[in-house]
Design a binder for this molecule. Structure first.
Ligand code: ARG
Length: 461
């Protein structure tokens, strides 16, 4: 197949080079954006008198036809025929309408064309990822509401530390995801400029109207500088950075779910539809979904690293290295969408086991601080109170019991400041309710966090 740029060449491209050079295998997914960009460009050319109204009408009809046949999967987009989606659309158009099709590329280069396509694609995908993230936040909020009073151990160093609730724990993840949503929005706001009209690198001598195409394609403004217009891929990097942080959050929660559904914890049970079995061990119910999310986080970091490395040291303006941006961004976008789509229902259908959480909380002596505070409130200096509580914990370990089950005589031996009401003070529900400082786990306080988060999610929807 002769290339569109064949004029100055005497030979056909080597077959291996052709395969190596082609991007249609992956950039064909931007066919909608490519056609939308061309429609706006052609309309602008006609308005400016650069092409005739008749040519514009034919181009318009031809592009709509190609869009419909691509939507229907009818066109053959093989790399033997076309180098990339931009060439493919133009060639299909020319085959259909003849000379008018050859006028479409006036005052345009593939360099500004690909830049505008990729921005429009990225913009749309940011929107879907944002929506999926908000949907997952809704799941977390719903689960939190059901578990305002579900006491569990909070950990540091993966050692049971102080009492919290499951709701409090989930709302921490909601806070992370809220930052992810706003990070995506920041990225979107910064990339909201249109590169079309930058030409190959140095603009054009035609009297184009860049403000018109920018507006027609839904951008806030045209990009300021044509060299930057064709060679900026910051938005791809920013997006992959935002997606990496989002995946890092999902991987942390995944890791917690893996732990929670082990027999060592048994805080939750996954729904059968979201767990997998073993080919040899009949007793197994594995959290594969969580493990895959944890694993796929590496892929997304990989995309970010690939993009940063591709762009490092690239001179202005366009270089073919930049064709490599697509697979990195596409893979990151596909991966994140898939992870969010599977994680949300898995989380929603998972059964929480409050009794096991509570048992772990008691067994972890996470009310020892509250026991010390009880004495402090009666005037015992904190260091002495701390020591007394420590002695009681040691006694519990010796007797294989917990602070709330330890007989009162044992308390009396350690300090005569203890009265029977110590059991109320170290009751876990009371310990949690007492932690009502802003941001703390007390049900009232977490309810406030939930209400704030509900407002955020609703406002963003
Ligand atoms: N397929 C190319 C890409 O994705 C389109 C731009 C080609 N430009 C060029 N000067 N060869 O980057």
């Amino acid at each position: 197949m002769a290339k569109m740029w064949a004029g100055r060449f005497q030979k056909e491209t080597d077959a291996v080079v052709n395969d190596f050079n082609s991007s249609i295998m992956f950039d064909s997914r931007m066919f909608r954006e490519d056609i939308e960009g061309s429609l706006a460009h052609a309309a602008m050319l006609a308005r400016q008198g650069i092409i005739s109204e008749e040519d514009h009408a034919q181009i318009h009809e031809g592009l709509q036809h190609i869009l419909a046949s691509l939507e229907a999967g009818k066109a053959d987009l093989s790399p033997e025929k076309y180098e990339d989606i931009h060439m493919a659309v133009e060639q299909l158009l020319t085959e259909r309408i003849g000379d008018a099709g050859k006028r479409l590329h006036t005052a345009r280069s593939r360099n500004d064309q690909v830049a505008v396509d990729m921005r429009m694609y990225t913009r749309r995908e940011i929107g879907s990822i944002r929506t999926l993230t908000l949907a997952f936040m809704r799941v977390l909020v719903r689960k939190a509401k059901e578990n305002l009073h579900t006491v569990m151990p909070g950990y540091t160093h993966l050692q049971r530390a102080q009492p919290i609730t499951f709701a409090h724990h989930l709302m921490a993840y909601c806070c992370m995801l809220r930052r992810d949503v706003t990070r995506l929005e920041d990225c979107l706001a910064r990339m909201d400029e249109c590169p079309l009209g930058s030409g190959a690198l140095a603009g054009t001598t035609y009297p184009i109207d860049r403000a018109y195409t920018a507006q027609a394609l839904g951008f806030a403004a045209p990009m300021e500088n044509s060299l930057d217009g064709v060679s900026d891929r910051d938005y791809c990097i920013e997006l992959c950075a935002a997606l990496s942080v989002l995946m890092m959050h999902l991987s942390r929660l995944s890791e917690e779910v893996v732990a929670w559904c082990s027999w060592e914890f048994k805080f939750v049970e996954l729904d059968d539809a979201y767990a997998t079995g073993s080919s040899i061990m009949p007793q197994k119910k594995n959290p594969d979904v969580c493990e895959l999310i944890r694993g796929k986080t590496g892929r997304v970091y990989g995309s970010l690293t690939a993009l940063l490395t591709q762009m490092k040291g690239l001179p202005l303006a366009y270089n073919k290295d930049m064709q490599e941006d697509k697979e990195a961004v596409f893979d990151a976008v596909d991966t994140v969408k898939m992870c969010l789509r599977v994680f949300a229902p898995m989380f929603e259908t998972m059964t929480v086991l409050p009794e096991n959480m509570k048992r772990a909380a008691y067994r972890g002596f996470i009310n020892a601080t509250d026991c010390a505070d009880y004495l402090t409130k009666k005037g015992v200096p904190f260091r002495d109170a701390y020591k007394a509580a420590g002695t009681l914990v040691a006694r519990c370990i010796e007797l294989d019991t917990t602070l709330d089950a330890l007989p009162f005589e044992e308390y009396k031996v350690v300090s005569d400041m203890f009265a029977e009401d110590v059991y109320q003070a170290i009751d876990l529900a009371a310990c949690v309710a007492g932690r009502c400082s802003p941001g703390g786990p007390a049900p009232e306080e977490v309810r406030r966090q939930i209400e704030m988060m509900e407002r955020f999610v609703e406002h963003e929807a």
